[in-house]
Design a protein around this ligand. Structure first.
Ligand code: ZN
Length: 267
């Protein structure tokens, strides 16, 4: 079988496994290779004063870092243009006779568009993960997110007397769920872990509970503390950018896990 040799196998490696996959537009081969003389990646031990960076994952911005750096969220499948294109292409499918060749052709165009979005998202996630991991740091603090729990559907509400279904807010939540899956936090986290391991850095998962509601000055936790992008403590008046503050809280929680409560470092 002929194939496009996009990346040749480096010398010294032996082929261990080969996977052939069919995607919407073509066939793909991935090859697993091994070279026993290459040492395994080993994480460096964290010293007394590790440099840790905190990451807060979001939707308006994809990542906020504790050093104040922000990474945009391109919303590959939920931005206005993509939604419009998808709608038009899906309509083209539904207007064609069921079982016809033209319907099939139109359906292929939809799936190709989905694939293209997926490819773009993957590429962007690698770029983002690289930006975070390649900073001069020893460890990366990430939120331990329960994404499937966040995306769970709302409970069904029904009228006790008539048994009719009432509005439960699911249609509003659907949009949020789509935005969450479009952001791809879980996949991004995996890529960060992969690149970190490769560079001998450590990923620390922390409990994200109240990370964006807790005051960094007095520790007061209140939903009222947060007003969209701004964080203003209702107890002590401390204020800062809400998401960067959350990233700092995540970093500090990781530091506390590493060396117990007490001293804090900034980076
Ligand atoms: Zn406060």
């Amino acid at each position: 079988m002929r194939f496009h040799n996009s990346r040749s196998i480096p010398s010294g490696f032996t082929i261990k496994a080969c996977t052939v996959r069919k995607r919407q537009n073509d066939w793909y081969v991935s090859v697993r290779i091994e070279d026993k003389s290459v040492p395994e990646y080993s994480p460096k031990a964290l010293g007394n004063n590790p440099k840790v960076i905190g990451c807060d994952l979001g939707l308006t911005k994809l990542v906020h870092l504790s050093d104040g750096y922000q990474i945009e969220n391109p919303r590959f499948s939920t931005n206005k243009k993509a939604k419009r294109t998808l709608k038009i292409r899906q309509r083209r499918v539904s207007r064609k006779t069921k079982g016809s060749k033209n319907r099939k052709k139109a359906a292929i165009k939809v799936s190709r568009f989905h694939q293209k979005i997926g490819d773009k998202r993957q590429a962007y996630q690698w770029k983002t993960a690289n930006k975070i991991v390649s900073r001069s740091i020893d460890a990366i603090a990430l939120e331990d997110l329960n994404i499937s729990g966040m995306m769970r559907r709302c409970k069904v509400k029904s009228d006790e007397k008539t048994g009719r279904f009432l509005k439960n807010g699911q249609s509003r939540k659907k949009g949020l769920n789509r935005a969450i899956s479009d952001a791809g936090w879980g996949d991004l986290g995996l890529k960060i872990e992969y690149l970190a391991a490769k560079q001998g850095k450590i990923v620390i998962k922390v409990n994200p509970k109240h990370s964006s509601q807790e005051c960094r000055n007095c520790g007061h936790i209140d939903q009222e503390n947060r007003d969209e992008e701004k964080f203003i403590c209702v107890e002590c008046g401390y204020h800062e950018h809400a998401d960067i503050g959350a990233a700092k809280t995540i970093r500090d929680r990781a530091l506390r896990m590493v060396r117990g409560p007490g001293r804090e470092t900034w980076c």
